[in-house]
Design a protein around this ligand. Structure first.
Ligand code: SAM
Length: 240
């Protein structure tokens, strides 16, 4: 991780404490900024992720990890009628999303750590995580936990930022991501470096083939990659 992130600057706290504190403090403006800075494409990215899930119905149980304010949880519930356990480490993110699920009794929010899940083995039919795996302190541990709590032959879907392949588009994207996005994000969220953390964490996170190998090492099978919007994000789906 980069040297200019607060959680490394002379504190004994690790990435987890930094990440939780950051999301707690930007929770109120998270949805607005998310949709504004992605120009609304994030709805489409989640929609593709939801469509990739197989064999879910109203009797299914789905874990949506790093659920934040619950957008992916809501889309999965709307499409399949499944019961959703939205789980996140940042209480304020969950609180900010509560108003969106008050009329949806089959979606419940829980405060919990992806790396130490409070669920029994094989409890879920599927597990999803959107823009969350990159934020975990120990990615391998979070993946193993996802595998543990999902039943055999259950499915896992991971939506995460990646990096465009096309050199010209990559330059445009990097300019926006490193200059425009932090400027708007920091002003509107009133947080000094949350939107600086975003591009830095994306640049450092393995994507494409590199992340595929980590998934393979975890023991997942039938791993598929679907890059979207010139590779800005990728949906990874796999079987437990
Ligand atoms: C960028 S937000 C994504 C929220 C939501 N999934 C979405 O699509 O908008 C990342 C979320 O990951 C959560 N998170 C980070 N580390 C976590 C962990 N170890 N366990 C659970 N949630 C975590 C953060 O609190 C934050 O709400």
């Amino acid at each position: 991780m980069s040297q200019n992130l607060n959680y490394e600057l002379g504190t004994t706290d690790g990435k987890k404490t930094y990440v939780r504190g950051m999301f707690d403090s930007i929770a109120k403006t998270y949805d607005l900024l998310n949709h504004l800075l992605s120009m609304g494409i994030d709805f489409y990215w989640r929609k593709v992720t939801v469509k990739k899930l197989r064999n879910l119905n109203q009797d299914s149980k789905v874990l949506d990890l790093a659920t934040g304010t619950g957008d992916l949880a809501i889309q999965i519930h709307k499409k399949y009628g499944a019961e959703i356990y939205g789980t996140d480490i940042a209480k304020e993110m969950l609180r900010a999303g509560l108003h969106k699920i008050t009329d949806k009794p089959k979606i419940k929010f829980f405060c919990g750590d992806a790396e130490k899940l409070p669920y029994k083995d094989n409890f879920f039919d599927a597990c999803t995580i959107a823009f969350g795996i990159r934020n975990c302190e120990n990615v391998e541990k979070a993946l193993s936990e996802m595998q543990r709590v999902t039943r055999k032959n259950g499915q896992i879907a991971i939506l995460e930022f990646s990096q465009p392949e096309n050199a010209f588009f990559k330059q445009l994207y990097l300019f926006y991501f490193k200059n425009v996005l932090p400027l708007i994000g920091n002003i509107l969220s009133k947080h000094n470096d949350a939107y600086k953390y975003l591009p830095e964490s994306v640049m450092q996170f393995p994507h494409g083939k590199e992340f595929y190998r980590i998934l393979e090492k975890t023991g997942f099978t039938e791993i598929e990659l679907k890059p979207l919007t010139f590779g800005i994000v990728t949906v990874y789906t796999m079987t437990v």
